[in-house]
Design a binder for this molecule. Structure first.
Ligand SMILES: [Zn+2]
Length: 311
């Protein structure tokens, strides 16, 4: 456990894939500690957390999950059982968490979706297998306390950060932003279009980056990587990055219809492993859909296939 400014503590937990780690933050407060994010629900998650919390002065009052991705929500139930503290999760985010990791078999939905976006038959299965890699390590908390943007949590304010995940929430207090996966440095958070996600994740993302510029935090604690000394500058860089990416995507389009899978090659390169291709296709689609809305591309949809052309 590391001690940061303002009495905030940081726990860094391992991930078997890149970026290799995820951070949880422990925020001190009048009511006890607020733990933000939980890491994967690996078989030793509970023991690991017990070791991390040993010697922590005071008790864990609550656990906040910023978004439903495996590395953030995975050990929520373990940590809640260990500490007796309730889990708080965004209303929209929890709905998606249940949809993707709950009872419904999400596999066929993804298979159908990747097929429609042009992924070749042989590769679809591979992409799905890669996607279910983390499934055994997701132990989310059913019936959490649902929270919304604007809610106050022991002096912190929940701030909407859609894009990387539709219902992602950050926490802000006195210029310190617990940024989840919204503002990362030097990596750029993935912003993908997924089945049943909101229709314009890139538009949401850039809007939420502009909101960070407006809010003007002086310091950010991201889900991955080191603290960010100038989050406003970083938010501006990310806006510029996506602007360039959007122009590059537009330049790939012509009169011949292309799928999201097709366009992901010139954008992200030819030799990606299936796990990375998955995100490349989803991210390409978020850019293509932004272009459609900005009248820079046309979408053509049949029951079997979705393609795009230049406008
Ligand atoms: Zn993450």
């Amino acid at each position: 456990m590391d001690e940061l400014a303002g009495g905030i503590r940081r726990v860094t937990l391992p991930l078997p894939t890149r970026p290799g780690h995820v951070h949880s933050y422990l925020l001190p407060g009048d009511e006890g500690w607020t733990v933000v994010d939980t890491g994967l629900g690996l078989p030793d998650a509970r023991e690991r957390w017990a070791r991390e919390l040993e010697g922590l002065p005071g008790h864990v009052r609550r656990i906040v999950v910023t978004h439903f991705h495996p590395d953030h929500v995975g050990a929520a139930r373990d940590l809640s059982e260990l500490t007796g503290a309730p889990v708080l999760q965004g209303r929209l985010d929890y709905a998606q968490c249940e949809l993707v990791w709950g009872e419904t078999d999400w596999g066929p939905v993804l298979v159908d979706w990747f097929r429609r976006h042009g992924v070749p038959e042989g590769m679809v299965t591979e992409l799905i297998e890669q996607g279910s890699l983390y499934r055994p390590f997701i132990r989310y908390q059913p019936d959490p306390e649902l929270i919304d943007p604007g809610d106050a949590i022991d002096g912190w304010r929940a701030v909407a950060a859609p894009g990387h995940a539709d219902g992602q929430l950050m926490l802000l207090r006195d210029g310190v932003l617990v940024a989840a996966d919204h503002v990362l440095d030097p990596i750029s958070p993935t912003v993908g279009l997924w089945p049943r996600s909101r229709p314009d994740p890139l538009g949401d993302y850039v809007g939420a980056l502009r909101a960070v510029v407006e809010l003007g935090p002086t310091f950010a604690l991201p889900g991955h990587g080191e603290p960010i000394a100038d989050p406003v500058r970083r938010a501006r860089q990310l806006i510029a990055h996506h602007d360039e990416r959007l122009q590059a995507t537009a330049a790939m389009l012509h009169d011949e219809p292309q799928s999201g899978y097709d366009v992901s090659f010139p954008l992200f390169g030819d030799d990606l492993k299936p796990a990375a291709r998955r995100f490349a296709v989803a991210e390409t689609l978020s850019h293509l859909e932004r272009l459609v809305l900005a009248a820079g591309a046309r979408r053509h949809e049949t029951a079997e296939r979705v393609t795009y052309t230049a406008r």
